[in-house]
Design a protein around this ligand. Sequence first.
Ligand code: SF4
Ligand code: SF4
Length: 416
Amino acid sequence: MFAQPAAGLEGTERGNEAQALLRSCVHCGFCLPACPTYRITANELDSPRGRIYLIKQLVEGAPASVTTRDHLDRCLTCRACERACPSGVEYGRLIDLGRELAEERVPRPLPQRALRWSLVQLFSRPWLFAAALRVGQASRGWLPAALGSRIPPRPAHRPAAATNRHARCVVLLEGCVQPGLAPGINAAAAQVLDRLGITVERATGEQCCGALGHHLNHRDRAMEQARRNVDACCAALDAGAEAIVSTTSACGLMVKDYGRLLAAEPEHAARAERVSFATRDLAEIIALGDIERAGLTRGTGPRIAWQAPCTLQHGQRIIGRVEALLEAAGFTLVPTWEATLCCGSAGTYSILQPELSGELRRRKVAALTSGAPDMIATANIGCLEHLRGASPVPVRHWIELLADALDRHAKRVAWR
Ligand code: SF4
Ligand code: SF4
């Protein structure tokens, strides 16, 4: 798709990037069936190809309206279209650019800006989020049912892992909302890694990864968080950690992108690249052989429906790995359908686009429970909480299931 950037953009870094990204789209439409919003609205402007056309118009300086911005807002940034595209269009980069231009050309009314600012502040400060969550949980009984049902219950406590020293060591990122919503996930990860002979360290000075601010167009704040994380993670790598690990696939994807996002900053570019290169999803750290060496075997254990978060399967392109680990640990995976479609969580999408998000969740829960699973497993706290609100069966992080399997195995061995 040829685009001629408008006067203010022509020859600029942003204009050149937009031109190069748009050029790879050949209008074929192969991406349309992969797009969750297009599957619901059947409107071309809610499809990847339609949005790319809107972005071209923004780049060329054609008239833009609230409708333009709305169609871009409705995109989940799930990147299912990238995987379906035979021409290699980097849609994720294009939509970020398009949203930036749309915000400039069609500024949002004050209430919308205030809401988005509040979401960035609340969700990127763990202490603030945890305090707000505790207040919500304590006052749940007095809240209207519609609001109260959105507040998750207090999580079950999981004992902290032993802090044994091993030859291998990784940094486990804490995350922002996960410690408040489900502290058991990182505790389970630390426990499993300890049993597999890997020491877990924290990155002193860790911040929110910045994904939320980045996608809500609060880029300055997001990049400041990224710089501080690069400093914190580099210090940990210098101290001997072999990898930076996240149990939240959305955060892992963002950290893996620091190298590109900070490439133009001489002070941070090389170190950001180093951190991105060293970042791994938890599923990339644990090998099938580790599961076997820990004594777990295949079997006919609890029936699990696996929900692959978009940030894991489309963003990080990690496909089939968690499923293989769960099967090796004795779980039975049940078949599901529409596995490449987003569940509708997508960061703050469920708050900002409740109708579309609700419909996607309804479809996803129906697909996941079609095989009568005992529970649903996923790899991202956002998906987990979103699905939990509508699922008839428990929804858990896969590492918690693995930790439980190792616990059961340890008890069996102790009884012998
Ligand atoms: S990122 Fe997802 S929602 Fe957005 S256009 Fe691509 S497939 Fe559709
Ligand atoms: S599949 Fe790729 S090349 Fe074809 S319309 Fe979609 S984004 Fe463009």
